[in-house]
Design a protein around this ligand. Sequence first.
Ligand code: PLP
Length: 407
Amino acid sequence: MKFNTRLLHGRAVKRYAEGATVPPIAQVTAFSFPTAEEQANVFQHKAAGFAYSRVGNPTVAAFETRLNELEGGNACIACSSGMSAITLALLNMLCAGDEIIAGCGLYGGSIDLFEDLTKFGIKTRFVRHMTVEEIEPLVNERTRVIFGELIGNPGLEIMDVPKVAEYAHHIGVPLIVDSTTATPYIAKPLELGADIVVHSASKYINGGGNSVSGAIIDGAKFKWDFDKFEALSGYRKFGILAYTIRLRTDIWENMGSCLSPMNAYLNIIGLETLGLRMERICQNAETLARALDEIPGISVNYPTLPGNPYRELAERELQGLGGGILTFRAGSKEKAYRVLDSLQYVTRATSIGDFRSLAIHPASTLYIRSTPEMREAAGVFDDTIRVSVGIEDVEDLIDDFRQALKA
Ligand code: PLP
């Protein structure tokens, strides 16, 4: 089955109650049981079923199984946001005193989270580029995980997943990949060697800009050393499934990070058109990037443009696609604001992956808590504009930016 067919007819797509083609929205808090014993069995994980929506819900489960199939995972756990997915993916395996190695070209919220984690005794060491050469000198006996974005938002650096994963396994730690900007349409990090994938499903997976949501997908191939990963030591008997089981029955459940059934439903509707949207978005982004790059004085960052240092990697790892984000520099903050204020079809809004094109000045919004060094490492300068390209007619998008740049 190819990608678009799998979205509609994959193993995870069920015949739902009454023959419904999409799952009904189980918008409930608790589920009733015919007997106390049946209820106890579900609570004790002796029987399958749903008892309370923070712990499990049929609409949410339908979303999880669909995304899990697309990523080729062993299990998917849906979360209330992309940030909760990243937080829990890390906390599930880390203890105070442990260290993370992360790329610094990350989404600003993730950089802020790593700063927050220092208060819990978890330190992050940042590399400028996610390469083995830069990671190696930062590894020590407390290193427990390597974390990076497949296509960095908004720096658009691409991680060489097979190389980084091979090195991570060589030093005995898992690789977590935030694949929000790539989506399983462009690449499947687990197949490339990563161990765990996280998503902000608020973006391309949902597609309509109508639900904040996230997901963690565990490939369940990493062989945990339970003496080294103390956080998982109580789950030793589950072997390679320890990560998923602790997450599902402990950290995720207790931290109350569940996705709402309504948002899971909206994500399923969105997911069914992921392939079509991504095809159009990637085409539009590349065409717009090329058109803007021809304007004198404007230099565009987009992975598949000639001369971009990640072009060859995009060819090898991302099927030659560059994703839906581009950035360019307007010359000064004032000019960037002027361009943004002059846009007619492109919406001035944060977020990415909406089917509407969105634009923002990241330095004065998403990166206000970052140091100037971290900001620049993420490709964010005072005059940078980030564009999340949508599915509009690309000629209109090009015209819109041309008139805004003239203004
Ligand atoms: N990861 C990436 C790459 C993002 O771009 C974002 C948000 O923009 C997040 C994670 C956080 O996701 P959410 O806003 O759903 O919490």
